[in-house]
Design a protein around this ligand. Structure first.
Ligand code: NFE
Ligand code: MG
Length: 567
């Protein structure tokens, strides 16, 4: 007999997501992903000055607080065909990379590791053995016996008071938890250390962006950072040297802790390299532009069909016609007025029409985006596969390193094919993060070298023509492809559409009733205990959901804690 399980809301994510699955013979047979709240930021923008759009769209999300600002200015600059100064590009790149590294560290340790790591089992660990194991894998200074003993004592203190504090409400002791106590202790220690380390990434964003969350330094035409080599009141070389120190700290943690932990956890869960495959049509975009126009990029991106890297088609510039022509959104299963079929974002409409959850009709605030008519998976996995297909050497090197460690722990050869999976999304995110931390150092070098040449320019003034223009700004955000589409008439916004990473991944069924990526990837997920659907959460969390982005919403009355219904 099939059982219906509703998780509403899914926690350890951003925003309100409801997931429904039908479980039969211990496996998911059908799934629905539903975004549960809406604000309509796209509509708020109509009639406004395009130079203000970035500040407003940035408020879409409290997690990816930089990405909408950047996609927005890129869209308006694209409409104007406005080039920006090199320094502005480098400063934006530093912010993009620091923000992505922050996101990936926090996602693995604080939002998803507890799906795999049983904190209560860490109480049975021998700190000496844990230190021996951790030190055999990495040179990280936080892997000592003293450190692990301290963490174990802290945990025992929590449990002794009958409370687990920040670790309350995990599925502790669940049959799908497989890590040995020592690995659980190591991961728990790194969870706590990651809380410290993530600050360095945020400090970089705050210093360059003047504030975080929600940076204040971008402008259509560049950035508002005044550069100087000798004044104390602007962005000085001294501040930039502090940024470099934080980059070095992030580098140590990402390479010696995060990448290693993900590979070790993956090695203990080899079955999860075959679960959660779902949609293997992958989309990513290039990012980290190296020139003022966006025709050369440090990190490649593009389209991969059917999981076959040989089909890789690169997206090559901010004016890429293949990307621009391929995107449409359907509202057949979304709470909006429709009836016109899938619409290109320049023609996109956002008119709410709520019907309650109707699993065969409308059931989500998310629209369903497609690329040339097909649903896509976006995110670190598509990004890493695109970079491998594009023969990006650092990506190949870190992917090989991670997969070799997975193979050593699993005691069987695990190759690139294992990445098309739930655990593969975590591995790809860690590989992406290692690439990003290297690139962060490189962008810092480029900025300093350009300043040393005497170029301190950061802004080109935009001039809006009479008549209608349109543009798209894309950005490879932490969760994948983000694009903002703007139509401007006589200097005012006529239409504005955001097509967001989580809109792609958490989409409801599309015009042809095909499932979105979460829905497709959940099929065949094993569920050992239906009213403790840990395995469903593993796959959903592997995407790093952000529903605030996906429906551009705010949660104003969060009254529900969590509801898991198995009927
Ligand atoms: Ni709000 Fe965001 C965007 C999404 S970036 S977190 O855009 O989805 O990863
Ligand atoms: Mg939208």
């Amino acid at each position: 007999m099939s059982k219906r399980v509703t998780i509403d809301p899914v926690t350890r994510i951003e925003g309100h997501l409801r997931v429904d699955v039908e479980v039969d013979e211990g496996k998911v047979k059908k799934a629905w992903a539903s975004g549960q709240m809406w604000r309509g930021v796209e509509n708020i923008l109509i009639g406004r000055d395009p130079r203000d759009a970035w500040a407003i769209t940035q408020r879409i999300c409290g997690v990816c607080t930089t990405v909408h600002a950047l996609a927005s200015v890129r869209a308006v600059e694209n409409a104007l065909q406005l080039e920006i100064p090199l320094n502005a590009q480098y400063i934006r790149n530093l912010i993009i990379l620091a923000h992505a590294i922050h996101d990936h560290i926090v996602h693995f340790y604080h939002l998803s590791a507890l799906d795999w790591v049983d904190v209560t089992s860490a109480l049975k660990a021998d700190p000496g053995k844990a230190a021996h194991l951790a030190e055999s894998l990495s040179t990280w200074s936080g892997n000592s016996k003293a450190e692990f003993t301290k963490v174990k004592e802290r945990l025992s203190g929590f449990v002794g008071t009958g409370q687990l504090g920040i670790f309350t409400n995990g599925y502790w002791g669940h049959p799908a938890m497989k890590l040995p106590p020592e690995v659980n202790l190591i991961a728990t220690a790194h969870y706590l250390q990651a809380l410290e380390v993530q600050r360095y990434a945020n400090k970089i964003v705050a210093v360059l962006g003047s504030k975080t969350p929600h940076i204040q330094n971008v402008a259509v035409g560049g950035v508002a950072n005044a550069l100087a080599v000798d004044s104390q009141s602007v962005l000085t070389v001294e501040r930039l040297l502090a940024v470099k120190e934080w980059i070095d700290k992030l580098n140590d943690f990402v390479k010696n802790v995060y990448l290693v932990d993900v590979a070790v956890v993956g090695g203990f869960y080899p079955d999860w390299t075959t679960i959660g495959r779902g949609i293997v049509d992958y989309l990513s975009v290039p990012d980290i532009p190296l020139d003022g126009k966006g025709t050369q990029f440090a990190l490649p991106g593009g389209h991969i069909a059917g999981g076959d890297l040989a089909t890789f088609k690169a997206i090559t510039s901010f004016n890429d016609q293949y990307f621009r022509d391929g995107v449409t959104e359907s509202v057949k299963h979304s709470w909006y007025e429709g009836g016109k079929g899938p619409l290109h974002p320049y023609k996109g409409e956002t008119r709410p029409q709520y019907t309650d959850f109707q699993e065969n009709a409308k059931y989500s605030w998310l629209k369903a985006p497609t690329f040339y008519g097909k649903p896509m998976q976006v995110g670190p996995l598509p990004r890493v596969l695109a970079m491998v297909a594009a023969k990006h050497e650092p990506t190949i090197a870190y992917a090989t390193k991670a997969l070799d460690l997975v193979s050593a722990v699993a005691k069987t050869k695990v190759g690139l094919g294992a990445l098309h999976s739930t655990i593969g999304r975590h591995a790809a995110r860690a590989v992406s993060c290692a690439v990003q931390v290297d690139e962060l150092g490189k962008q810092w070098d480029l900025l300093l070298a350009n300043m040393a040449k005497g170029d301190l320019k950061t802004f080109n003034k935009p001039v809006f023509p009479k008549g209608e223009i349109s543009g798209v700004g894309f950005h490879e955000a932490p969760r994948g492809v983000l694009s903002h589409w703007v139509v401007i008439g006589d200097g005012k916004i006529k239409n504005y559409q955001c097509v967001v990473p989580t809109t792609w991944n958490a989409a409801p069924r599309n015009e042809k009733d095909e499932p979105g990526a979460y829905e497709a990837c959940l099929l065949d997920t094993p569920v050992a205990v239906p009213d403790q659907p840990l395995e469903v959460l593993r796959t959903v969390h592997s995407f790093d959901p952000c529903l605030a982005c996906a429906v551009h919403i705010v949660d104003v009355e969060n009254t529900e804690v969590v509801k898991v219904k198995a009927a």
